[in-house]
Design a protein around this ligand. Structure first.
Ligand SMILES: *Cc1c(COP(=O)(O)O)cnc(C)c1O
Length: 461
Protein backbone atom coordinates (compact mmCIF):
# COMPACT_ATOMS: atom_id res chain seq x y z
CA UNK A 1 0.00 0.00 0.00
CA UNK A 2 1.25 3.50 -0.85
CA UNK A 3 2.41 5.79 1.94
CA UNK A 4 -0.25 8.37 1.15
CA UNK A 5 -2.94 5.72 1.46
CA UNK A 6 -1.51 4.54 4.78
CA UNK A 7 -1.49 8.12 6.06
CA UNK A 8 -5.08 8.85 5.15
CA UNK A 9 -6.34 5.54 6.54
CA UNK A 10 -4.29 5.87 9.74
CA UNK A 11 -5.65 9.36 10.12
CA UNK A 12 -9.15 7.98 9.85
CA UNK A 13 -8.39 5.42 12.57
CA UNK A 14 -6.98 8.11 14.86
CA UNK A 15 -9.96 10.33 14.18
CA UNK A 16 -12.29 7.55 15.29
CA UNK A 17 -10.23 7.18 18.39
CA UNK A 18 -10.25 10.88 19.31
CA UNK A 19 -13.95 11.02 18.73
CA UNK A 20 -14.59 7.91 20.81
CA UNK A 21 -12.42 9.14 23.69
CA UNK A 22 -14.16 12.51 23.66
CA UNK A 23 -17.26 10.78 25.03
CA UNK A 24 -15.60 10.90 28.45
CA UNK A 25 -14.38 13.90 30.42
CA UNK A 26 -10.84 15.02 29.72
CA UNK A 27 -8.16 14.22 32.30
CA UNK A 28 -4.47 14.90 32.76
CA UNK A 29 -2.13 12.08 31.76
CA UNK A 30 0.12 11.27 34.69
CA UNK A 31 3.70 12.51 34.22
CA UNK A 32 4.99 9.03 35.14
CA UNK A 33 4.00 7.70 31.74
CA UNK A 34 5.07 10.69 29.69
CA UNK A 35 8.03 10.25 27.35
CA UNK A 36 9.46 13.12 25.28
CA UNK A 37 9.09 12.83 21.51
CA UNK A 38 12.85 13.05 21.00
CA UNK A 39 13.33 10.11 23.33
CA UNK A 40 10.76 8.08 21.42
CA UNK A 41 12.48 9.01 18.17
CA UNK A 42 15.83 7.85 19.50
CA UNK A 43 14.35 4.58 20.77
CA UNK A 44 12.61 4.00 17.46
CA UNK A 45 15.82 4.66 15.55
CA UNK A 46 17.51 2.02 17.67
CA UNK A 47 14.67 -0.37 16.85
CA UNK A 48 14.92 0.33 13.11
CA UNK A 49 18.62 -0.47 13.29
CA UNK A 50 17.81 -3.83 14.83
CA UNK A 51 14.93 -4.55 12.43
CA UNK A 52 17.22 -4.14 9.44
CA UNK A 53 18.43 -7.68 10.12
CA UNK A 54 14.99 -9.06 9.19
CA UNK A 55 14.49 -11.21 6.12
CA UNK A 56 12.20 -9.69 3.46
CA UNK A 57 9.10 -11.78 4.14
CA UNK A 58 7.05 -9.37 2.03
CA UNK A 59 9.11 -9.91 -1.13
CA UNK A 60 8.54 -12.61 -3.77
CA UNK A 61 12.26 -13.47 -3.47
CA UNK A 62 11.50 -14.73 0.00
CA UNK A 63 10.48 -18.30 -0.80
CA UNK A 64 11.33 -19.85 2.56
CA UNK A 65 9.20 -20.50 5.60
CA UNK A 66 5.50 -19.93 6.14
CA UNK A 67 5.87 -16.19 6.61
CA UNK A 68 4.42 -13.06 5.10
CA UNK A 69 3.26 -9.70 6.49
CA UNK A 70 -0.39 -9.25 7.42
CA UNK A 71 -2.73 -7.42 5.09
CA UNK A 72 -2.87 -3.62 5.66
CA UNK A 73 -6.56 -3.94 6.53
CA UNK A 74 -5.64 -6.27 9.39
CA UNK A 75 -2.90 -3.90 10.55
CA UNK A 76 -5.23 -0.88 10.56
CA UNK A 77 -7.99 -2.75 12.39
CA UNK A 78 -5.53 -4.21 14.89
CA UNK A 79 -3.91 -0.82 15.52
CA UNK A 80 -7.23 0.94 16.06
CA UNK A 81 -8.52 -1.74 18.40
CA UNK A 82 -5.23 -2.08 20.24
CA UNK A 83 -5.53 1.56 21.33
CA UNK A 84 -8.57 0.39 23.30
CA UNK A 85 -6.91 -2.96 24.16
CA UNK A 86 -9.92 -5.18 24.79
CA UNK A 87 -9.38 -8.64 26.26
CA UNK A 88 -11.68 -11.32 24.89
CA UNK A 89 -11.35 -13.55 27.92
CA UNK A 90 -14.79 -12.27 28.92
CA UNK A 91 -17.54 -9.99 27.72
CA UNK A 92 -16.47 -7.44 30.32
CA UNK A 93 -12.97 -7.39 28.88
CA UNK A 94 -14.06 -7.17 25.28
CA UNK A 95 -17.67 -6.09 25.09
CA UNK A 96 -17.47 -5.19 21.40
CA UNK A 97 -14.71 -7.47 20.20
CA UNK A 98 -16.19 -10.67 21.70
CA UNK A 99 -19.01 -10.35 19.18
CA UNK A 100 -16.54 -9.69 16.37
CA UNK A 101 -14.73 -12.86 17.40
CA UNK A 102 -17.91 -14.90 17.31
CA UNK A 103 -18.82 -13.59 13.88
CA UNK A 104 -15.36 -14.17 12.43
CA UNK A 105 -15.15 -17.68 13.90
CA UNK A 106 -18.63 -18.45 12.54
CA UNK A 107 -17.40 -17.54 9.07
CA UNK A 108 -14.45 -19.91 9.45
CA UNK A 109 -16.72 -22.70 10.73
CA UNK A 110 -19.03 -22.14 7.78
CA UNK A 111 -16.13 -22.21 5.33
CA UNK A 112 -15.05 -25.56 6.80
CA UNK A 113 -18.57 -26.92 6.30
CA UNK A 114 -19.85 -27.04 9.88
CA UNK A 115 -23.57 -26.38 10.19
CA UNK A 116 -23.29 -25.86 13.94
CA UNK A 117 -20.16 -25.22 15.97
CA UNK A 118 -18.45 -24.02 19.08
CA UNK A 119 -15.16 -22.22 18.63
CA UNK A 120 -12.93 -19.29 19.33
CA UNK A 121 -9.61 -17.71 18.43
CA UNK A 122 -6.38 -18.72 20.12
CA UNK A 123 -2.86 -17.37 20.19
CA UNK A 124 -1.95 -19.90 17.49
CA UNK A 125 -2.20 -23.42 16.17
CA UNK A 126 -0.18 -24.93 19.00
CA UNK A 127 -2.62 -23.88 21.68
CA UNK A 128 -5.60 -24.65 19.45
CA UNK A 129 -4.39 -28.23 18.93
CA UNK A 130 -3.52 -28.55 22.60
CA UNK A 131 -7.03 -27.49 23.49
CA UNK A 132 -8.61 -30.03 21.14
CA UNK A 133 -6.48 -32.79 22.69
CA UNK A 134 -7.36 -31.61 26.17
CA UNK A 135 -11.05 -32.00 25.32
CA UNK A 136 -10.30 -35.40 23.79
CA UNK A 137 -8.67 -36.53 27.02
CA UNK A 138 -11.81 -35.65 28.94
CA UNK A 139 -13.99 -37.57 26.52
CA UNK A 140 -11.66 -40.60 26.24
CA UNK A 141 -9.57 -40.41 29.41
CA UNK A 142 -7.64 -43.65 28.93
CA UNK A 143 -7.44 -43.91 25.21
CA UNK A 144 -4.55 -43.23 22.85
CA UNK A 145 -3.88 -40.51 20.33
CA UNK A 146 -2.28 -41.23 16.95
CA UNK A 147 -0.83 -38.82 14.44
CA UNK A 148 1.50 -39.21 11.48
CA UNK A 149 5.26 -38.90 11.41
CA UNK A 150 4.80 -35.66 9.49
CA UNK A 151 2.32 -34.15 11.95
CA UNK A 152 3.43 -30.91 13.58
CA UNK A 153 5.96 -31.50 16.36
CA UNK A 154 3.74 -29.71 18.87
CA UNK A 155 1.08 -32.45 18.64
CA UNK A 156 3.46 -34.91 20.25
CA UNK A 157 4.44 -32.27 22.78
CA UNK A 158 0.79 -31.65 23.66
CA UNK A 159 0.25 -35.39 24.22
CA UNK A 160 3.28 -35.44 26.51
CA UNK A 161 2.03 -32.48 28.54
CA UNK A 162 -1.46 -33.96 28.77
CA UNK A 163 0.01 -37.33 29.65
CA UNK A 164 -1.93 -38.94 26.81
CA UNK A 165 -0.54 -42.23 25.48
CA UNK A 166 0.26 -41.83 21.78
CA UNK A 167 1.61 -43.68 18.75
CA UNK A 168 3.09 -42.34 15.53
CA UNK A 169 1.78 -43.54 12.17
CA UNK A 170 4.22 -43.79 9.28
CA UNK A 171 3.65 -41.90 6.03
CA UNK A 172 3.21 -43.11 2.45
CA UNK A 173 5.43 -41.96 -0.45
CA UNK A 174 3.29 -38.79 -0.76
CA UNK A 175 3.87 -37.86 2.89
CA UNK A 176 0.30 -38.78 3.92
CA UNK A 177 -0.71 -40.93 6.87
CA UNK A 178 -0.26 -44.60 5.93
CA UNK A 179 -3.64 -46.33 6.21
CA UNK A 180 -2.28 -49.85 6.64
CA UNK A 181 -0.09 -48.79 9.50
CA UNK A 182 -2.98 -46.84 11.01
CA UNK A 183 -5.09 -49.98 10.99
CA UNK A 184 -2.34 -52.00 12.62
CA UNK A 185 -2.26 -49.44 15.42
CA UNK A 186 -6.05 -49.33 15.68
CA UNK A 187 -6.09 -53.09 16.24
CA UNK A 188 -3.27 -52.94 18.75
CA UNK A 189 -4.26 -49.99 20.98
CA UNK A 190 -7.47 -48.45 22.32
CA UNK A 191 -7.31 -45.30 20.20
CA UNK A 192 -9.49 -42.36 21.20
CA UNK A 193 -8.38 -39.81 18.64
CA UNK A 194 -6.80 -39.78 15.22
CA UNK A 195 -5.13 -36.46 14.45
CA UNK A 196 -5.39 -35.89 10.73
CA UNK A 197 -3.07 -33.26 9.25
CA UNK A 198 -4.66 -31.29 6.42
CA UNK A 199 -1.55 -29.73 4.97
CA UNK A 200 1.64 -30.87 6.72
CA UNK A 201 4.03 -28.10 7.60
CA UNK A 202 6.95 -29.78 5.81
CA UNK A 203 5.59 -30.98 2.47
CA UNK A 204 2.04 -29.62 2.50
CA UNK A 205 0.64 -33.17 2.26
CA UNK A 206 -3.00 -33.86 3.10
CA UNK A 207 -3.79 -37.02 5.08
CA UNK A 208 -6.44 -39.33 3.50
CA UNK A 209 -9.29 -38.12 5.66
CA UNK A 210 -12.03 -39.87 3.74
CA UNK A 211 -10.46 -43.33 4.10
CA UNK A 212 -9.83 -42.64 7.79
CA UNK A 213 -13.52 -41.85 8.16
CA UNK A 214 -14.35 -45.30 6.75
CA UNK A 215 -12.47 -46.83 9.67
CA UNK A 216 -14.31 -44.76 12.24
CA UNK A 217 -17.45 -46.88 12.76
CA UNK A 218 -15.34 -49.99 13.40
CA UNK A 219 -12.98 -48.42 15.92
CA UNK A 220 -15.02 -45.53 17.33
CA UNK A 221 -12.32 -42.88 17.52
CA UNK A 222 -12.68 -39.11 17.35
CA UNK A 223 -11.06 -37.22 14.52
CA UNK A 224 -9.21 -33.98 15.08
CA UNK A 225 -8.06 -32.16 11.93
CA UNK A 226 -4.94 -30.06 12.20
CA UNK A 227 -5.57 -27.71 9.29
CA UNK A 228 -3.51 -24.87 10.78
CA UNK A 229 -1.83 -24.24 7.45
CA UNK A 230 -4.14 -26.03 4.99
CA UNK A 231 -7.64 -25.14 6.22
CA UNK A 232 -8.23 -22.15 3.97
CA UNK A 233 -7.63 -24.33 0.88
CA UNK A 234 -11.17 -25.59 1.46
CA UNK A 235 -12.13 -22.60 -0.70
CA UNK A 236 -10.20 -24.03 -3.67
CA UNK A 237 -11.84 -27.43 -3.18
CA UNK A 238 -15.11 -25.66 -3.90
CA UNK A 239 -14.09 -24.17 -7.19
CA UNK A 240 -15.31 -25.79 -10.39
CA UNK A 241 -13.15 -27.57 -11.34
CA UNK A 242 -11.54 -27.88 -7.91
CA UNK A 243 -7.99 -26.50 -7.67
CA UNK A 244 -6.90 -28.89 -4.93
CA UNK A 245 -7.80 -32.55 -4.52
CA UNK A 246 -11.31 -31.98 -3.13
CA UNK A 247 -12.08 -35.25 -1.34
CA UNK A 248 -10.29 -34.71 1.99
CA UNK A 249 -11.63 -31.16 2.20
CA UNK A 250 -15.17 -32.35 1.58
CA UNK A 251 -14.78 -34.67 4.56
CA UNK A 252 -13.74 -31.87 6.93
CA UNK A 253 -17.29 -31.33 8.26
CA UNK A 254 -17.22 -34.89 9.63
CA UNK A 255 -14.25 -34.13 11.90
CA UNK A 256 -14.97 -33.54 15.58
CA UNK A 257 -12.65 -30.57 15.78
CA UNK A 258 -10.60 -28.50 13.35
CA UNK A 259 -7.73 -26.07 13.84
CA UNK A 260 -7.06 -23.29 11.33
CA UNK A 261 -4.47 -20.53 11.69
CA UNK A 262 -5.61 -17.16 10.37
CA UNK A 263 -2.06 -15.95 11.05
CA UNK A 264 -0.83 -18.30 8.33
CA UNK A 265 -3.06 -18.08 5.26
CA UNK A 266 -5.64 -15.68 6.69
CA UNK A 267 -3.51 -12.53 6.27
CA UNK A 268 -3.35 -11.85 10.04
CA UNK A 269 -0.48 -10.76 12.27
CA UNK A 270 0.81 -13.45 14.64
CA UNK A 271 -1.36 -14.29 17.56
CA UNK A 272 -4.34 -15.59 15.62
CA UNK A 273 -5.19 -19.29 15.58
CA UNK A 274 -8.64 -20.82 15.70
CA UNK A 275 -10.27 -23.98 17.07
CA UNK A 276 -13.76 -25.09 16.09
CA UNK A 277 -15.75 -28.09 17.35
CA UNK A 278 -18.60 -29.70 15.49
CA UNK A 279 -20.59 -30.35 18.67
CA UNK A 280 -21.30 -27.21 20.74
CA UNK A 281 -21.90 -29.59 23.65
CA UNK A 282 -18.16 -29.83 24.29
CA UNK A 283 -18.60 -26.54 26.17
CA UNK A 284 -19.32 -28.65 29.26
CA UNK A 285 -15.68 -29.79 29.36
CA UNK A 286 -14.44 -26.24 29.77
CA UNK A 287 -16.36 -25.66 32.95
CA UNK A 288 -14.52 -23.68 35.58
CA UNK A 289 -15.44 -21.36 38.41
CA UNK A 290 -13.44 -18.21 38.33
CA UNK A 291 -14.25 -15.78 41.14
CA UNK A 292 -13.58 -12.61 39.20
CA UNK A 293 -13.88 -12.81 35.44
CA UNK A 294 -17.58 -12.65 34.65
CA UNK A 295 -19.96 -10.02 35.86
CA UNK A 296 -22.46 -8.93 33.29
CA UNK A 297 -23.93 -11.29 30.79
CA UNK A 298 -25.95 -14.41 31.18
CA UNK A 299 -24.72 -15.69 27.83
CA UNK A 300 -21.82 -18.07 27.55
CA UNK A 301 -18.60 -16.05 27.61
CA UNK A 302 -15.81 -16.88 25.23
CA UNK A 303 -13.62 -17.16 28.31
CA UNK A 304 -15.79 -19.99 29.53
CA UNK A 305 -15.04 -22.04 26.43
CA UNK A 306 -11.38 -21.29 26.00
CA UNK A 307 -8.27 -22.77 27.52
CA UNK A 308 -6.40 -19.46 27.51
CA UNK A 309 -7.51 -16.57 29.67
CA UNK A 310 -6.33 -13.23 28.20
CA UNK A 311 -6.67 -12.99 24.44
CA UNK A 312 -6.36 -9.91 22.21
CA UNK A 313 -9.69 -8.45 21.15
CA UNK A 314 -7.61 -6.65 18.53
CA UNK A 315 -6.88 -9.99 16.84
CA UNK A 316 -10.61 -10.63 16.51
CA UNK A 317 -11.17 -7.12 15.15
CA UNK A 318 -8.36 -7.53 12.64
CA UNK A 319 -9.72 -10.84 11.35
CA UNK A 320 -13.31 -9.61 11.25
CA UNK A 321 -12.37 -6.47 9.30
CA UNK A 322 -10.11 -8.38 6.92
CA UNK A 323 -12.94 -10.79 6.11
CA UNK A 324 -15.19 -7.84 5.22
CA UNK A 325 -12.70 -6.83 2.53
CA UNK A 326 -11.43 -10.28 1.56
CA UNK A 327 -14.21 -12.76 2.26
CA UNK A 328 -13.92 -16.55 2.58
CA UNK A 329 -15.30 -17.11 -0.89
CA UNK A 330 -14.08 -19.55 -3.56
CA UNK A 331 -14.13 -16.86 -6.25
CA UNK A 332 -13.42 -13.69 -4.29
CA UNK A 333 -11.17 -12.48 -1.48
CA UNK A 334 -9.20 -15.31 0.11
CA UNK A 335 -10.23 -17.74 -2.62
CA UNK A 336 -8.59 -15.59 -5.29
CA UNK A 337 -5.42 -15.18 -3.26
CA UNK A 338 -5.10 -18.93 -2.60
CA UNK A 339 -5.78 -19.72 -6.23
CA UNK A 340 -2.70 -17.66 -7.12
CA UNK A 341 -0.49 -19.35 -4.52
CA UNK A 342 -1.68 -22.74 -5.74
CA UNK A 343 -0.93 -21.70 -9.33
CA UNK A 344 2.57 -20.80 -8.19
CA UNK A 345 3.11 -24.23 -6.61
CA UNK A 346 1.98 -26.04 -9.76
CA UNK A 347 4.14 -23.81 -11.96
CA UNK A 348 7.10 -24.58 -9.70
CA UNK A 349 6.36 -28.30 -9.91
CA UNK A 350 6.21 -28.28 -13.71
CA UNK A 351 9.46 -26.32 -13.88
CA UNK A 352 11.24 -28.73 -11.50
CA UNK A 353 9.95 -31.82 -13.28
CA UNK A 354 11.61 -30.66 -16.47
CA UNK A 355 14.73 -29.27 -14.87
CA UNK A 356 18.02 -31.08 -15.38
CA UNK A 357 19.41 -29.62 -12.16
CA UNK A 358 16.64 -29.64 -9.60
CA UNK A 359 13.95 -32.23 -8.88
CA UNK A 360 10.66 -32.01 -6.95
CA UNK A 361 10.28 -34.31 -3.93
CA UNK A 362 6.51 -34.79 -4.41
CA UNK A 363 3.78 -33.14 -6.43
CA UNK A 364 2.51 -30.32 -4.20
CA UNK A 365 -0.96 -30.87 -2.72
CA UNK A 366 -1.26 -27.20 -1.64
CA UNK A 367 1.31 -24.42 -2.05
CA UNK A 368 4.49 -25.85 -0.50
CA UNK A 369 7.12 -27.27 -2.83
CA UNK A 370 10.13 -29.33 -1.72
CA UNK A 371 13.00 -29.94 -4.13
CA UNK A 372 16.62 -31.02 -4.25
CA UNK A 373 19.71 -31.05 -6.50
CA UNK A 374 18.86 -33.72 -9.04
CA UNK A 375 22.39 -34.78 -9.98
CA UNK A 376 23.53 -35.68 -6.47
CA UNK A 377 23.58 -39.45 -6.10
CA UNK A 378 23.76 -40.04 -2.39
CA UNK A 379 21.90 -38.69 0.61
CA UNK A 380 25.05 -36.96 1.86
CA UNK A 381 25.64 -35.35 -1.54
CA UNK A 382 22.03 -34.12 -1.70
CA UNK A 383 22.43 -32.60 1.76
CA UNK A 384 25.76 -30.98 0.91
CA UNK A 385 24.48 -29.44 -2.33
CA UNK A 386 21.28 -28.34 -0.62
CA UNK A 387 23.29 -26.56 2.08
CA UNK A 388 25.51 -25.02 -0.59
CA UNK A 389 22.62 -23.74 -2.71
CA UNK A 390 20.74 -22.44 0.33
CA UNK A 391 23.82 -20.46 1.36
CA UNK A 392 24.60 -19.25 -2.17
CA UNK A 393 21.03 -18.06 -2.71
CA UNK A 394 20.93 -16.09 0.54
CA UNK A 395 24.49 -14.74 0.75
CA UNK A 396 26.02 -14.72 -2.70
CA UNK A 397 23.25 -14.05 -5.21
CA UNK A 398 22.16 -10.51 -6.03
CA UNK A 399 19.34 -9.94 -5.32
CA UNK A 400 19.28 -12.78 -2.77
CA UNK A 401 16.75 -15.59 -2.74
CA UNK A 402 15.63 -16.85 0.63
CA UNK A 403 14.86 -20.58 0.87
CA UNK A 404 14.21 -22.95 3.73
CA UNK A 405 15.41 -26.48 4.36
CA UNK A 406 13.63 -29.66 5.31
CA UNK A 407 15.09 -32.85 6.78
CA UNK A 408 13.56 -36.08 5.53
CA UNK A 409 14.32 -39.68 6.49
CA UNK A 410 16.47 -41.10 3.70
CA UNK A 411 14.57 -44.40 3.81
CA UNK A 412 11.38 -42.54 2.96
CA UNK A 413 13.04 -40.57 0.16
CA UNK A 414 14.40 -43.83 -1.25
CA UNK A 415 10.89 -45.12 -1.77
CA UNK A 416 10.45 -42.30 -4.28
CA UNK A 417 14.01 -42.29 -5.59
CA UNK A 418 15.28 -45.89 -5.43
CA UNK A 419 18.68 -44.99 -6.92
CA UNK A 420 19.54 -42.63 -4.09
CA UNK A 421 22.47 -44.04 -2.07
CA UNK A 422 21.45 -44.06 1.58
CA UNK A 423 24.74 -43.16 3.22
CA UNK A 424 23.13 -40.97 5.93
CA UNK A 425 19.89 -41.61 7.85
CA UNK A 426 18.51 -38.17 7.00
CA UNK A 427 18.60 -36.08 3.86
CA UNK A 428 18.23 -32.32 3.76
CA UNK A 429 16.24 -30.88 0.86
CA UNK A 430 15.06 -27.39 -0.05
CA UNK A 431 11.57 -26.23 0.74
CA UNK A 432 9.62 -23.19 -0.39
CA UNK A 433 6.27 -22.02 0.88
CA UNK A 434 4.78 -20.14 -2.07
CA UNK A 435 2.18 -18.34 0.02
CA UNK A 436 2.25 -14.95 -1.66
CA UNK A 437 0.02 -14.50 -4.71
CA UNK A 438 2.91 -12.69 -6.45
CA UNK A 439 4.71 -16.03 -6.60
CA UNK A 440 2.40 -17.08 -9.43
CA UNK A 441 4.28 -14.72 -11.77
CA UNK A 442 7.74 -14.92 -10.23
CA UNK A 443 8.45 -18.48 -9.11
CA UNK A 444 9.71 -19.68 -12.48
CA UNK A 445 12.33 -16.95 -12.76
CA UNK A 446 13.36 -17.58 -9.15
CA UNK A 447 13.86 -21.28 -9.87
CA UNK A 448 15.61 -20.41 -13.12
CA UNK A 449 18.16 -18.37 -11.18
CA UNK A 450 18.74 -21.26 -8.77
CA UNK A 451 19.18 -23.60 -11.70
CA UNK A 452 21.68 -21.24 -13.34
CA UNK A 453 23.67 -21.17 -10.13
CA UNK A 454 23.79 -24.98 -10.04
CA UNK A 455 24.90 -25.07 -13.68
CA UNK A 456 27.76 -22.61 -13.21
CA UNK A 457 28.81 -24.47 -10.07
CA UNK A 458 29.20 -27.70 -11.99
CA UNK A 459 30.96 -25.96 -14.87
CA UNK A 460 33.49 -24.57 -12.39
CA UNK A 461 34.27 -27.99 -10.91
C1 LIG B 1 1.97 -23.96 12.03
C2 LIG B 1 1.37 -25.24 12.36
C3 LIG B 1 1.10 -25.60 13.68
C4 LIG B 1 1.52 -24.74 14.85
O1 LIG B 1 0.81 -23.55 14.86
P1 LIG B 1 1.38 -22.20 15.49
O2 LIG B 1 0.39 -21.20 15.02
O3 LIG B 1 2.75 -22.01 14.92
O4 LIG B 1 1.40 -22.35 16.96
C5 LIG B 1 0.48 -26.80 13.91
N1 LIG B 1 0.14 -27.61 12.90
C6 LIG B 1 0.39 -27.29 11.61
C7 LIG B 1 -0.03 -28.24 10.52
C8 LIG B 1 1.02 -26.09 11.29
O5 LIG B 1 1.28 -25.79 10.00
Amino acid sequence: MKRSEWFSLLEKCLEFHDQWQSNWPAFVTDPSVQVRSEQITTALDALFERLRESYPFFHPNYVGQMLKPPHPVAVLAYFTTMLINPNNHALDGGPATSYLEREAVAQIAQMLGYTDHLGHLTSGGTVANFEALWITRQIHPDRWVVFSEHAHYTIRRACEILNLPFAVVSVDPQGRMDLDHLEVLLRRHPIGTVVVTVGTTGLGAVDPLEEILYLQPRYGFRIHADAAYGGFFKLLAERVPPEVHPVPFQSLPMCDSIVVDPHKHGLQPYGCGCIVYRDPGVAQYYHHESPYTYYTARELHLGEVSFECSRPGAAAAALWTTLRCLPLHPYAGLGNILSRTRTAALAAYRFLEESEWLAPVVEPALDIIAFFPRRAQSASAVTALTDWLFDQAMHHMRPPIYLSKLKLPTSWLQRRFPNLVADTPETTVLRSVLMKPEHADTVRSILQRLEDRMRSHEAAE
